[in-house]
Design a protein around this ligand. Structure first.
Ligand SMILES: Cc1cc2nc3c(=O)[nH]c(=O)nc-3n(C[C@H](O)[C@H](O)[C@H](O)COP(=O)(O)OP(=O)(O)OC[C@H]3O[C@@H](n4cnc5c(N)ncnc54)[C@H](O)[C@@H]3O)c2cc1C
Length: 264
């Protein structure tokens, strides 16, 4: 690890001031500290966000559930209102990594990091969520910009994410056995305006919406309709864990399973 200083601000405004001066936000450290230990990342100053009360917590706001950036995965998974209003989101959070990762990892850290195999970005995109930062609101469709890249400007902090409550939704993850990240994960969400489908893990460009599946499922929300959609292998990952064709098949199968699960 390279040397660094640590700040622990008590307010979002103070954290934002430190971040705009070049400090690096530290959430649960589940990605950041590991990459610093390996000297893959260097930060001269870490800004520990854990003392900022406004950044944690969950509340309902009209037809949406708003979750603070520093809310831990275990707290989302165990929250009664998330379980009843968007059970797919509680279920997703409850199957991230292991107990230690869920106890420390945060919504904001996961979404800011935008790992191409992370689970939360698929929920943000499929639910058409809005990412709140210290300076603006960013629609999910404009937020994810490819592997480990987002629309966040240098020094911009995620403060919360607002998730619209769907009619039905489900997330199905086919785990990479060693890491428990998604080899392929599919989040399906049905709204009165149509169905949104987001796929994670399958492409090195990160999470993406699948328009063919969305059209088919908006016309008929059934596993059969999903099965009839041909999944193009172009752009899908090929690596030691699976070929592009294998991943394409997983997208189809996991979507069918997600629809069946959403239908109950
Ligand atoms: C063993 C293991 C298994 C895992 N399995 C899964 C899995 O199955 N599914 C899954 O989705 N994820 C998985 N993860 C990732 C985990 O869910 C964490 O959310 C992720 O590692 C980010 O960690 P963190 O929240 O502690 O953020 P940190 O590591 O503290 O930060 C990550 C990045 O986000 C930035 N950042 C943090 N908070 C903010 C903010 N509020 N605003 C702006 N930038 C911010 C940091 O500067 C840093 O660049 C796994 C991680 C591990 C170590």
């Amino acid at each position: 690890m390279y040397p660094f200083t640590l700040e622990r601000p008590q307010s979002t405004a103070d954290a934002a001031r430190l971040a705009s001066a070049g400090g690096r936000p530290l959430a649960g450290g589940q990605t950041l500290l590991a990459s610093m230990k390996l000297r893959l990342t260097q930060a001269d100053q870490l800004i520990d966000l854990s003392s900022i009360k406004d950044l944690s917590g969950i509340c309902r706001d009209g037809n949406a559930v708003v979750i603070g950036a520093m809310t831990r995965h275990a707290d989302v998974a165990g929250h009664a209102e998330v379980q009843s209003l968007i059970p797919a989101l509680a279920d997703l959070a409850g199957h991230i990594g292991d107990r230690q990762v869920r106890a420390m990892g945060t919504l904001g850290g996961s979404v800011a990091n935008n790992d191409p195999a992370a689970c939360y970005p698929s929920a943000v995109l499929a639910l058409g969520a809005t990412v709140h930062t210290n300076s603006r609101k960013i629609a999910a469709d404009d937020f994810f910009k490819g592997m480990f890249a987002t629309a966040l400007a240098e020094g911009e902090l995620i403060t919360a994410i607002s998730f619209p409550i769907p009619q039905r939704a489900a997330y199905m993850k086919f785990k990479q056995a060693a890491s428990r990240f998604a080899m392929v994960g599919v989040f399906v969400a049905q709204f009165p305006t149509g169905v949104r489908v987001a796929v994670t893990g399958a492409s090195s460009d990160g999470v993406f919406r699948h328009k063919g599946l969305e059209q088919a499922l908006s016309a008929s929300f059934t596993a059969q309709a999903a099965a009839a959609v041909k999944i193009d292998v172009a752009g899908l990952n090929e690596d030691i864990h699976g070929s592009a064709a294998y991943r394409a098949n997983l997208i189809s199968v996991q979507t069918q399973r997600a629809v069946a699960k959403a239908l109950g």
